[in-house]
Design a protein around this ligand. Structure first.
Ligand code: LIP
Length: 274
């Protein structure tokens, strides 16, 4: 049957609102926390509850579509085969460490890929009630208002977002510290909000000029990457090549000049693939 992108978009927004309600209800309560790959890689009952709800809502509506979810993957440990089939890619709570600490930067992230290309991106930050949406070729919006990335081209004037991440591997941490040193030296300042999806939406909204992270996953960034690029930002692999959605790293910048500057000064970590 014909792919009904309009209907998929409407379902995406409605499950994002429902997910937001679950996150808001649990936000100020005591959380039950478990760790995954490292002591800094967290999951809560709310992550699992949101993912379960979304999974059943989507498969109920679109039984032939595929589903990649952060917590389902954590349990199965499977590698992902991205196929050409419509695939819903979900991070039930992006910014789980923030959530556990009642820090407001938490989001629900949902990206839909068709033929291995992102066509719909929805990031909902329920505490701030910020709904970021994008459809391929149709622009990016925050609560219905069109987004435009910053016009800055000079890296020296740029505010760059980056993260420490969850790996505690000595070499990875060393390279990241080196990159932080480089970023502080070459830019106006660095920031860390603790959610890849929100970081990308900040760049889309002109709240800073770039975002770089090594070690994240497709569910952390696929929706935010479409939102940023539809707002006019550049989204690439940190080396400057095309983004590979399974290669666990991303560079986003408001302009090609800032992207090139970042790509040239950073040490590019190889974090394997999803
Ligand atoms: C988080 C990412 C963040 C990264 C954290 C973590 P989660 O995702 O959004 O950018 O630095 O280590 O991976 O685990 O909260 O969904």
């Amino acid at each position: 049957s014909e792919l009904d992108l309009e209907e998929m978009y409407a379902v995406a927004i409605s499950v994002a609102r429902e997910a937001g309600q679950i996150i808001r209800d649990a936000f100020d309560k005591e959380k039950e926390v478990d760790t995954k790959q490292s002591a800094a890689d967290l999951v809560t009952e709310s992550d699992q509850a949101v993912e379960k709800m979304v999974n059943s809502r989507i498969l109920g509506k679109f039984p032939n579509h595929r589903f990649i979810g952060e917590e389902t993957t954590a349990v199965s440990g499977e590698k992902h085969q991205l196929t050409d089939e419509p695939t819903w890619i979900i991070d039930p709570i992006d910014g789980t460490t923030n959530f556990v600490n009642s820090i407001q930067e938490v989001s629900f992230s949902l990206g839909i890929m068709v033929n291995k290309k992102a066509v719909i991106g929805v990031v909902y930050a329920p505490i701030k009630d910020e709904m970021f949406t994008a459809r391929l070729g149709k622009g990016a919006y925050l609560n219905g208002k069109k987004l435009k990335a910053s016009k800055i081209t000079d890296l020296k004037q740029a505010v760059i977002i980056t993260e420490g991440g969850s790996s505690r591997d000595i070499k990875v941490v060393e390279d990241k510290v080196k990159n932080i040193h480089t970023l502080i030296t070459h830019t106006r300042g660095i920031r860390s909000y603790g959610s890849a999806a929100i970081n990308l939406c900040h760049v889309a909204a002109g709240r800073g000029q770039g975002y770089i992270e090594y070690g994240i996953h497709i569910w952390d960034f696929i929706a935010g990457a479409l939102i940023a690029s539809e707002a006019g930002a550049v989204v690439l692999d940190p080396t400057g090549c095309d983004l590979d959605p399974l290669r666990r790293r991303i560079l986003c910048a408001c302009s090609a000049e800032v992207a090139k500057g970042l790509s040239q000064i950073l040490t590019h970590l190889d974090m394997g693939s999803d």
